[in-house]
Design a protein around this ligand. Structure first.
Ligand code: GDP
Length: 422
């Protein structure tokens, strides 16, 4: 209990890899933005003073201001996305609720949602709902009202309802994980649309199976299509309702272990041999036997200050609870690493190319300024030389004039005295 509480509140969670990377890349882009602004102001001033940069160049610099601003906006909205698939009633909504530690999504008979539901964190403690194509915030007072809203609405099965839930209520929402619940893969013929509209930017997929039965063709087919469209998707498999197997009246422990190993083998084969998305070792770390309903109940008890086992449904609670936590830990590691790569790698190389382009443009301008300065210096030197030449000439002329005048004066004097004598 202590450990799980610590885990909830501390920053040792693997999700922090993403959180820290997001902060860092946002800070770096903040610096790039400042640099772009400063450079553009400088370039504009340079244009006004001397026509060293032309109009096209100035426009190019200005285009970087918009480019960087657009990237910053995308970056601030970036999150980690996990999508849940499986047949109706396998427990997809229950798994999401268990992870969120609260009954947020409606689950159970009569509450089958026939559209995609996305749960994401909201700021300011607000809980509300938004339908696709509308900006209207519909207030969510309680879960019953949310369930009714989702069931009564005539919604297209591949449309999306976004549920905003206060970030501070759950560490996963606080750390920017977005959950997507899907209608059962058994009810749709539009799997392609689903994948195109909701899956292409998912970092992790969770297949929720019913441990009491085997994987169906529809479930397999869906993931075949996903792995054709995405290269090596990250897939986790949850064999849910594992409590029910333990509750079987004549179920011996050895029998249970046999069933578990059969399911495990099938799931690993599916990931490695059929989908070819992971190797044996990786796949073994992606298959879990859990009870979502029990985990949720345990967490609700924990929130009340009670021991988690008060939420137990059947024998073997500790093992199942531990396995759910193990799943969460591995899921968090996987999603944060994958999201950092898919979301930030592209931005960081764009950032590098923007600053690289600007640097080479500035180098170019600097070169032109140097040439311009040298040219001016040459002109100045030529002018100085010319002035100096003129000065020498003038002195020469002056000296000659002086001599001439002197001679003239002497001549005149001579003439005058001669005339006087005569
Ligand atoms: P979804 O249609 O896949 O989203 O399934 P839900 O989460 O709505 O679950 C369908 C029903 O199965 C609900 O009544 C849940 O309470 C129940 N359920 C879900 N997970 C478990 C589980 O692990 N054990 C048991 N016993 N019941 C579960």
């Amino acid at each position: 209990l202590t450990e799980s509480r610590l885990y909830q509140s501390n920053d040792k969670s693997p999700l922090q890899i993403f959180v820290r990377a997001k902060k860092k890349i946002n800070d770096i882009y903040g610096e790039i933005e400042e640099y772009v602004h400063e450079t553009t102001t400088f370039i504009n001033a340079l244009h006004a003073e001397a026509e060293i940069v032309d109009k096209a160049e100035r426009e190019l610099f200005e285009s970087y201001v918009y480019k960087v601003a657009a990237i910053r906006e995308v970056l601030q909205r970036d999150h980690m996305k996990v999508a849940f698939f499986g047949r109706t009633s396998n427990g997809k909504s229950s798994v999401i609720n268990a992870m969120l530690r609260e009954k947020i999504l409606p689950s159970g008979i009569g509450h089958t949602t026939n559209c995609f539901c996305q749960v994401e964190g909201s700021n300011g403690g607000e809980a509300y709902l938004m339908k696709e194509g509308s900006d209207e915030k519909l207030n969510v007072v309680n879960i019953k009202q949310l369930a009714n809203a989702l069931c009564q609405e005539k919604l297209c099965e591949s449309s999306l309802v976004r549920i905003f839930w206060p970030r501070e209520r759950c560490s996963l929402l606080r750390d920017d994980v977005v959950f997507v619940d899907s209608p059962g893969v058994d009810v749709s013929a539009n799997l392609d649309d689903w994948i195109d509209n909701h899956c292409l930017n998912a970092d992790v997929f969770v297949l929720v199976l019913n441990a009491e039965s085997t994987m169906t063709r529809a479930e397999k087919q869906f993931f075949h299509t996903v792995s054709q469209k995405l290269s090596k998707p990250n897939i986790f498999i949850l064999n849910n309702r594992w409590d029910a197997s333990a509750n079987e009246p004549e179920c011996q422990e050895s029998e249970l272990a046999k069933v578990k190993s059969q399911h495990t083998e099938r799931c690993i084969d599916f990931l490695t041999k059929e989908l070819k998305v992971s190797n044996e070792k990786e796949a073994a770390e992606r298959v879990f036997f859990v009870s979502a309903r029990e985990t949720l109940q345990a967490r609700i008890e924990e929130a009340k200050g009670n021991p988690p086992h008060m939420g137990a449904i059947a024998e073997g609670f500790q093992m199942r609870y531990f396995e759910f936590q193990d799943f969460e830990r591995k899921f968090e590691e996987c999603i944060s690493q994958s999201a950092v790569k898919t979301k930030f790698q592209q931005h960081s190389s764009r950032g590098k190319s923007v600053s690289g382009d600007m640097k080479s443009m500035l180098d170019n301008i600097y070169e032109r300024i140097t040439i311009f300065r040298n040219l001016k210096q040459d002109q100045k030197n030529m002018l100085t030389e010319r002035i100096q030449g003129t000065e020498t000439q003038m002195m020469q002329v002056t000296r000659e004039m002086k001599m001439k005048i002197h001679n003239m004066v002497e001549e005149v004097e001579e003439k005058v005295s001669k005339a006087l004598n005569e």
